[in-house]
Design a protein around this ligand. Structure first.
Ligand code: ADP
Ligand code: MG
Length: 326
């Protein structure tokens, strides 16, 4: 089973930022209001995530780390309506097979915390520990036992940049959650919970640049059971901001052909000087209308009604952008 986990790990865990992604998604699924990410040496030495979420019962710790154990999907049917970020139940098992792993947690309302360590693929006994309500996961020496993968880790600052980018995209996805990021003991980002439109815009400006709020258009439109909200860079924006394209489907950052095409078409019609318009857009629709179980990294989706989604996006954006030209 160890080898199988290591092979499966190759799909989910490509580099330190993939570990961070899975762990932060778990914290979000656990209802955390505050998530702290501590990184050492680009994540190659240490990735530690602490949250103040629901926590895990002592007896469930070994289960959480076992492969294909998820508490989020009860039946095949549930797969059709995935609302949580995770559902495959393989992330922790994968990490534990390619790193030195520890998970400490105190269940909401419990008096004590417990810790489970996995070393060289062997699960140790669950022991009492100190921890406030919530969960901490430590992933040390990533790929220490898979030299071929360890070799492919990039320079410290490159790996950290991937983590920072990821945190930005998560910070935009969940504005009501406080995020903190540190590298080698130094605080790098502090995003306080944004509770209103104004503080949300502050967070957007921190990620997309100070000028973005003034050079963008607020979008908020609902029809046909879908809602599109967020900000799109104005066609007249002086500077193009490549890589500043964030599109979320039900809170999940996705890269999707249908979406990309609709956005491109909407901009193509109105004069646009930059090559890459910047945007932060949130599409919400019935989870049954979108399949997220396409790729292990869950960054791809498949819409049940592609045409409908495409046209809704195109029309909404086109109308908003065309107005700015008038
Ligand atoms: P998945 O997220 O797909 O269910 P994971 O391997 O990521 O699978 O996690 C396995 C299980 O461990 C989760 O279903 C959840 O029950 C538990 N778990 C993981 N991280 C946390 C956390 N931060 N807080 C509470 N429970 C957690
Ligand atoms: Mg998960």
């Amino acid at each position: 089973p160890e080898l199988i986990n290591q092979i499966a790990a190759g799909e989910v865990i490509e580099r330190p930022s993939s570990v961070v992604k899975e762990l932060v998604e778990n914290s979000l699924d656990a209802g955390a209001a505050r998530i702290e990410v501590d990184i050492e040496f680009g994540g190659a030495r240490l990735i530690r995530i602490r949250d103040d979420g629901d926590g895990i019962a002592a007896e469930d710790l070994p289960l959480a780390v076992a492969s294909h154990a998820t508490s989020k999907i009860g039946s095949f049917d549930d797969l059709e309506h995935v609302a949580s970020m995770g559902f495959r139940g393989e992330a922790l098992a994968s990490m534990a097979s390619v790193a030195r792993f520890a998970m400490t947690s105190r269940l909401r309302g419990a008096d004590n915390a417990f810790r489970l360590e996995v070393d060289s693929g062997r699960m140790q006994d669950v022991r009492p520990a100190q921890h406030p309500q919530g969960t901490s996961v430590e992933v040390r020496d990533l790929f220490y036992n898979v030299p071929a993968r360890r070799k492919f880790l990039r320079a410290e600052r490159t790996e950290f940049a991937h983590i920072d980018d990821l945190l930005k995209s998560l910070a935009l996805a969940r504005s009501s959650v406080e995020f903190r990021l540190s590298h080698n003991g130094k605080s790098v980002r502090v995003w306080k919970a944004a509770r209103d439109e104004k503080s949300m815009l502050t967070r957007v400006a921190e990620v997309l640049g100070e000028s973005f709020p003034q050079q963008s258009l607020r979008i908020d439109h609902a029809s046909a059971g879908m809602r599109l909200s967020g900000w799109v860079g104005l066609p007249t924006a002086s500077r193009s901001q490549a890589d500043a394209q964030y599109f979320y489907v039900n809170g999940r950052l996705v890269r999707d052909r249908v979406v990309a095409h609709a956005v491109r078409q909407a901009y193509a019609d109105v004069l646009f000087h930059g090559r890459h318009p910047a945007f932060v857009l949130y599409l919400e629709l019935d989870p049954a209308g979108v399949d997220v179980n396409v790729h292990p990294a869950k960054s791809e989706v498949r819409f049940r009604e592609q045409r409908l989604v495409h046209d809704f996006l195109f029309r909404t954006l086109h109308e908003a952008l065309a107005e700015t030209r008038a």
